[in-house]
Design a protein around this ligand. Structure first.
Ligand SMILES: CC(=O)N[C@H]1[C@@H](OP(=O)(O)OP(=O)(O)OC[C@H]2O[C@@H](n3ccc(=O)[nH]c3=O)[C@H](O)[C@@H]2O)O[C@H](CO)[C@@H](O)[C@@H]1O
Ligand SMILES: C=C(OP(=O)(O)O)C(=O)O
Length: 429
């Protein structure tokens, strides 16, 4: 168990390279189950969620080899419908994609309910509604979802809420079903397009991804292929926010700027200098920046996954900014920690109202989830003194080599093992 120490006040400057997208990677890996021959995925991020999914593919009989840290070769030929009711599936959210992929391939699966960030209730009723519409019988027995179908048949499925996970999971279950599946009110996130691109390269017939109606003609089999993952727009957004909050001039490399338009528009509204080229962003903050309000929405709206880091940036802005998360209204556990660091934030009617500018002060803080962790790292970069951050297992789920990337940008940040006393204190907190 470790803590991260961040000495604030060192301006970020230089170039940072963005890794492959976590939320794509965690769907591409289970999608490989559906193929009959080798799938090669390139450009994967070196994060713990990816490692766990690789292990799960092996647990069900896949032959998995890594070529370096970013390229995985998956041989699905010997995979079986092994039940995964417990264990590693509980460590992350995206293990729920084993439901759709194994149902699509084997017509049966037993998968424990997923873990992932605690952001308030995260039901999977829309995933289940989709599987049932395709002809599966789905039951929940002691925290594991049992899925079984004699045959999967295409269906018209209207999602009651726009859900990334349900859209991808239904695609995975439907690509080999008999006939046509139509997903209405589908999510449009870039990661969904990335997964559909992989499936199409495997031989699937999918139309309409990136719109809210996806049409899938089932095919009898899918073959292997090679696929390169898209860059992580949330990691890129996090570094853009860090650059705006504690940077001088920062270039963010390997990014698709169009994936971040909602964030970039807000940064410009604050008076931050943002320049875009094909694969790069250039961010330069001004001395005085203006507060703005943000409301998270489904893509292409402002991403909930950047809400927490953005809240930290608002502490530096002049005026009052209202932060409302319409996707996860309870995604506010970073607020108390930011208050410990001198932030002035009121909670009102489910929104956080941030007043600034204030000089943040170093403190001992704890990441309750992945993006709360990112928010607190940025706060540490802005604060006076040395911030000590625990809960790093959350950060490691989604940020590749964050310490190294920040060091490269000129931050003074390092990790240390926790003492026994600190471990005890953490367990009791
Ligand atoms: C691994 C992954 O890709 N995680 C992302 C994914 O999570 P995840 O796929 O879990 O999020 P969803 O898009 O499904 O959730 C969106 C909203 O729909 C609700 N909902 C969802 C499914 C369902 O069956 N019923 C239901 O009510 C959720 O509670 C939430 O309020 O999208 C979220 C929203 O962009 C991001 O924060 C996560 O980083
Ligand atoms: C909420 C997130 O992840 P997950 O859905 O994997 O918990 C996230 O990436 O911000």
């Amino acid at each position: 168990m470790q803590k991260m120490l961040i000495e604030g006040g060192h301006k970020l400057k230089g170039k940072v390279r963005i890794s492959g997208a976590k939320n794509s990677a965690v769907a591409l890996l289970p999608a490989a189950i559906l193929a009959d021959s080798e799938v090669v995925l390139e450009g994967l991020p070196n994060i713990s969620d990816v490692g766990i999914l690789g292990d799960l593919l092996e647990e069900i009989g896949g032959k998995v080899t890594w070529n370096g840290e970013r390229t995985i070769h998956i041989h699905p030929e010997r995979m079986i419908s092994m039940p995964l009711p417990n264990g590693k599936v509980k460590k992350l959210r995206a293990s729920y994609y084993f439901m759709g992929a194994m149902l699509g391939k084997f017509k049966q699966a037993v998968i424990g309910l997923p873990g992932g960030c605690h952001l308030g209730p995260r039901p999977i009723d829309q995933h289940i509604k989709g599987f049932e519409a395709l002809g599966a019988k789905v039951t929940n027995e002691q925290g594991a979802i049992y899925l079984h179908a004699e045959e999967l048949t295409g269906a018209r499925i209207y999602l009651d809420v726009v859900s990334v996970g349900a859209t991808i999971n239904i695609m995975l279950a439907a690509v080999k079903a008999k006939g046509t599946t139509i997903i209405e009110n589908a999510a449009k996130e870039p990661e969904i397009i990335d997964v559909a691109t992989l499936l199409t390269n495997m031989g699937a017939n999918i139309k309409g991804v990136g719109t809210d109606i996806i049409r899938i003609e089932g095919v009898p089999s899918l073959h292997g292929c090679r696929h390169t993952i898209i860059p992580d727009r949330i990691e890129a957004g996090t570094y853009a926010i860090a650059a705006a909050a504690a940077g001088d001039e920062v270039i963010i490399d390997n990014v698709i700027p169009q994936h971040l338009e909602s964030l970039l528009a807000k940064l410009r509204e604050m008076d931050i200098i943002v320049e875009e080229s094909d694969e790069q962003l250039y961010i330069a903050p001004r001395k005085m920046i203006k507060s703005v309000d943000i409301k998270t929405l489904v893509y292409p709206g402002f991403p909930t996954d950047l809400q927490q880091p953005f809240t930290t940036l608002l502490t530096k802005a002049s005026g009052t900014g209202v932060v409302t998360d319409t996707i996860y209204s309870a995604r506010m556990k970073h607020i108390d920690e930011l208050r410990r660091m001198n932030a002035v934030i009121k909670s009102e009617g489910g929104s956080a109202i941030v007043s600034g500018p204030v000089q943040l002060e170093a403190a001992r803080v704890k990441a309750s989830d992945l993006r709360a962790g990112a928010a607190l790292v940025i706060a540490g970069l802005m604060a006076k003194g040395i911030t000590e951050l625990t809960g790093l297992e959350h950060i490691d789920r989604g940020y590749e080599q964050m310490t190294e990337k920040l060091l490269q940008l000129g931050a003074n940040v390092w990790r240390e093992d926790l003492t026994n006393e600190e471990k005890k204190q953490l367990q009791n907190s």
